[in-house]
Design a protein around this ligand. Structure first.
Ligand code: MN
Length: 247
């Protein structure tokens, strides 16, 4: 009995390792993870992107249980509801960016769940196991030029995150004038949506819904925001910055 459990455990471990590898191989074309495709190469609907690391990878900043519930229940819930809403509104062949650009035309369920699917995927991808990394290269130069210093940027972004009333997100974006901006949005809105005042390409996303931090931090949102800086994946933020500059 014990032996068969051990074999099953080992097989499950290998299977999850295989999923992580296939995700890593797609790293250059991340947006593809949002969609399913038919034999003709056309989009047929939405996919649920894999978590790019283990549940405990962000400890101690974010605990394992919070990541597992956040990813497997909340994030997956937005995906599942989007699949239903997309079918009802004939949106299965559209990209999330296309939907966001005219999201005001669609029911709330599309806005909330398409936003939820997209925002959380960015959030997971712009975090990584703690290495104490900082912005470098062109991104670091742009942050210094726009905000004065990395610390001043952190202060401004942190304030946006801490003072967001209710549920929402803090963002670093590149606006249409190729200028960095710190913004925030409510609920599952994001800076690609036509309903949002400050628009731009999202570079860094921080979820400040209570479900993102409450188990470990309770009401202390500021401590969660402070811990976030130890797990920001600056390589991914720099990749998004280069991509947004090129558009
Ligand atoms: Mn969330």
């Amino acid at each position: 009995m014990k032996k068969s459990i051990a074999i099953f455990g080992f097989a499950a471990l290998m299977f999850s390792a295989a999923i992580q590898v296939s995700y890593a191989q797609k790293a250059g074309t991340k947006t593809q993870a949002f969609y399913t495709y038919g034999a003709d190469g056309k989009r047929t609907g939405f996919a649920f992107p894999a978590l790019p690391y283990a549940y405990n990878a962000l400890q101690p900043a974010i605990d394992s249980l919070t990541v597992s519930i956040h990813y497997d229940k909340h994030h997956r819930g937005y995906f599942t509801k989007l699949v239903v809403a997309a079918k009802e509104n004939n949106l299965e062949g559209k990209s999330l960016e296309e939907i966001f650009a005219s999201v005001s035309k669609y029911p709330e369920a599309v806005r909330n769940n398409a936003g939820g699917l997209y925002n959380h995927t960015l959030y997971w991808e712009n975090m990584a196991p703690p290495k104490g990394s900082k912005p470098s290269g062109k991104l670091a130069e742009a942050i210094n030029k726009r905000f004065g210093s990395y610390d001043k940027f952190r202060e401004q972004f942190g304030n946006a995150a801490k003072t967001k009333f209710g549920s929402g997100w803090a963002w670093l974006i590149l606006d249409k004038n190729k200028e960095l901006q710190v913004t925030s949005t409510s609920n599952q809105d994001n800076p690609l949506m036509d309903v949002v005042d400050q628009k731009g390409a999202p570079l860094l996303a921080l979820d400040v819904w209570e479900h993102a931090y409450y188990l470990k931090y309770q009401n202390k949102r500021a401590d969660y925001v402070e811990a976030f800086w130890t797990i920001v994946n600056w390589d991914e933020v720099a990749r998004r910055y280069a991509e947004a500059l090129g558009k």
